[in-house]
Unconditional design. Structure first.
Length: 699
């Protein structure tokens, strides 16, 4: 049932909306007071296998976010200068009428001058890209290439195996688990719970990460490679497997293509060469490859948990491709707890055509703007120099002034007085400060949604637990009303959230057998059907050939290199730049934040304290930096300050700025993205946050 009643309260079934592979099932306890529903408790659903009744620290405090004293509760119109954050309240009708008129005037010149900017503030299929996409398709606005998190890895996977992975519920049966570019304790807690169980059963845990994270500290071994060198490490592992004949020849012959070509490519990466590139010893690489192969070839679970840390440098797409080749070489896919878990999103048959209605484009093909270089797009610089300008931006489910790379450039773009900006938000974020209108959006407790996942095999429903706080509206309703103001009359703009949720999936797909919207809403969650354990024991990958494609048929057809290769970090290869800025900076997520969400929740921010920079004792000594001093981190793009933590958790030559802080909540009004780059990855045109050289000095 969607609501379970007790004598005094009601429990509503819900789903966590945030950008996390766990996509937890939640129980919201609601009390009825004077005709109003008040949420009094948020808890994990004990019956949902991935969630197991537990929520992360962030989401367990969701009520602090929903009932936050700074919550936006009415539409606001700017009265100060852009960036000052001064607004006055207006009515919904006033705001939407003016917004529609402004957008219509720009569209009359060219609708491509209008840009939506959104990402994963909610992962819901209703409140994410449904009514919003319909609105911008009808308008003919510029497309947004949503690349900022995962497109390099997603593209690499699609070319090699497809975006499909093992069932996380089987993790505890693995005997060797390689955690590659992931701090699971901070960003994949429920997977980590099963990793711990595997460890108790005797599994060996190996972390591959430039930083000794909370997760790496609890593994048996930590391989601290240099940022952006994962591809070289993976190719060197392949070299060892081939050289020492640690291969499952039967699996390779039946379920892969391009082995001979891959063999030749890997011959170029002997462990000693990779050791120099990666900054680790050849012996470590040899040992890693042998233990991985021996576990799989013995018929035991050899699992690689890859994550997004490894794909945020120039060669990120190729790095994921090389890593994704490993399980097929040793037949790891034959064991239910073996193979690869990077993303499970490809299992879900979402019906994006029904949700987003691209037919509303009516044959038009608007230009595409990459969200990872929004600074260039707004300022008419870089690849957008001389192109059609952006005259209006509508931001929802994102906070680009805080989260986009090269933040100074992004802020300058949003500060343009001739740029019309609308922001749908829960709070007055860094981006909202630059808006002409800020429209109050509902949180997950206040609206209906439906969810897929990218870390497990369950589809979930989110039932609204409480009425909207103040005058806030769901994203879907904002765009529904705006469409009416614009005179859009197509029936799809009248679809209710219930109707959109019912359109979200191809319910006839074999994976959706036994699942429908009504039962999902009532029961809260359902597991995808017809996957089973070890789904790739006999091939059947989601690639054109149905095989693991060591040599990609898609790339070959495009005349590109069909094989994975090592693409070095762009900035580290610039010797002049590297001399001026000798430290590589990475900015992985802080445990108590999720992208820029939760930063303004006081209890969570108190736990994080303030922005810190972790640097190795040798790097600190060379710069006269002592623990606790405020330091300035800088390069040609900008600078920010943080408190130094001198620790060998950061390997020498690497500094770590846990992120992402709201700029306005940092002492200097800046965050780590002041120094990150708008350069893009080799595959998928993704962001290169970890391809970033800096210098550090006492502030």
């Amino acid at each position: 049932m969607s609501a379970v009643s007790t004598d005094a309260t009601e429990i509503v079934r819900a789903a966590c909306p945030h950008d996390c592979p766990d996509t937890c099932a939640m129980h919201i306890t609601v009390r009825h007071e004077q005709g109003k529903r008040i949420a009094i408790k948020v808890a994990g659903d004990p019956d949902h296998p991935p969630t197991g009744g537990a929520l992360c620290t962030k989401v367990s405090r969701y009520l602090e976010r929903t009932y936050h004293p700074d919550r936006l509760t009415q539409p606001l119109k700017r009265v100060g200068k852009k960036g000052e954050g001064r607004f006055e309240p207006v009515s919904w009708d006033t705001a939407l009428t003016d917004i529609a008129q402004r957008l219509q005037a720009i569209a009359a010149v060219d609708p491509q001058r209008i840009l939506p900017y959104s990402y994963a503030g909610t992962m819901g299929l209703v409140q994410g890209e449904s009514m919003a996409a319909r609105f911008f398709h009808k308008l003919g606005a510029s497309f947004l290439d949503r690349t900022i998190c995962a497109t390099a890895g997603a593209t690499g996977l699609n070319l090699t195996t497809g975006r499909v992975g093992i069932d996380m519920e089987l993790t505890q049966d693995a005997k060797l688990i390689i955690l590659w570019g992931t701090n699971a304790i901070a960003s994949n807690l429920h997977f980590w719970t099963r990793v711990q169980e595997a460890k108790r059963r005797g599994a060996t845990l190996i972390a591959i990460d430039p930083y000794r994270s909370l997760t790496a500290e609890k593994c048996h071994e930590h391989i601290a490679l240099l940022p952006g060198t994962d591809g070289a490490l993976a190719l060197a592992m392949i070299h060892v497997l081939v050289r020492d004949n640690l291969l499952d020849h039967d699996y390779i012959s039946k379920h892969t293509q391009g082995f001979e070509e891959l063999k030749a490519r890997a011959a170029q990466y002997p462990p000693r060469r990779a050791a120099e590139l990666c900054g680790v010893s050849a012996e470590v690489i040899e040992s890693l490859a042998r233990r991985y192969a021996q576990t799989a070839l013995a018929g035991e679970g050899a699992l690689i948990r890859g994550n997004y840390g490894m794909q945020r440098a120039r060669g990120g797409g190729n790095a994921v491709r090389a890593m994704a080749c490993l399980p097929a070489l040793v037949g790891a896919w034959k064991h239910p707890a073996g193979g690869l878990l990077f993303s499970t999103s490809g299992w879900f048959p979402a019906d994006n055509n029904a949700l987003q209605r691209p037919d509303l484009l009516a044959g038009r093909t608007p230009r595409t703007i990459n969200m990872s270089d929004i600074g260039h797009a707004l300022n008419g610089t870089g690849p957008y120099a001389g192109q059609l300008p952006v005259d209006a931006v509508v931001v929802y489910n994102s906070n680009p002034v805080a989260i986009a790379p090269d933040s100074g450039s992004v802020a300058r773009g949003f500060a343009r007085e001739d740029l019309f900006t609308v922001v749908l938000e829960h709070f007055q974020t860094d981006t909202a400060d630059y808006a002409d209108y800020v429209l109050p959006a509902t949180t997950q407790l206040e609206h209906l949604d439906i969810h897929k996942a990218y870390g497990h095999h369950y589809v979930l429903a989110n039932n609204p637990a409480i009425d909207p706080v103040g005058e806030s509206l769901p994203n879907s309703e904002v765009f529904r009303r705006l469409a009416a103001k614009m005179g859009f009359t197509e029936p799809c703009f009248a679809d209710s959230d219930e109707q959109i949720a019912a359109q979200a999936f191809d319910w006839s797909h074999p994976q959706m057998q036994g699942i429908d919207w009504d039962s999902l809403k009532r029961e809260g969650w359902k597991k995808l059907a017809n996957i089973g354990p070890a789904p790739f024991a006999n091939g059947g990958f989601h690639t054109p050939s149905g095989k693991t494609e060591f040599a990609s048929s898609v790339l070959a057809a495009q005349g590109l290199d069909a094989l994975p290769d090592y693409v070095p970090p762009a900035e580290a290869m610039d010797s002049v730049l590297a001399e001026r800025y000798p430290l590589a900076m990475i900015s992985p997520p802080a445990r108590n934040f999720l992208n820029s969400s939760f930063v303004n929740v006081q209890s969570l921010r108190d736990t994080e304290g303030e922005p810190h920079l972790d640097l190795h004792p040798a790097d600190a000594a060379a710069r006269g930096i002592a623990a606790g001093q405020r330091v300035r981190i800088f390069n040609d793009r900008g600078s920010f300050t943080a408190k130094a933590r001198v620790t060998d958790k950061a390997r020498q030559g690497v500094v770590v700025a846990l992120s992402i802080w709201w700029k306005k909540l940092a002492a200097d009004g800046r965050n780590a993205n002041e120094v990150t780059s708008q350069a893009l990855t080799d595959l998928g045109a993704g962001a290169t946050f970890y391809d970033c050289l800096v210098q550090v000095e006492v502030a």
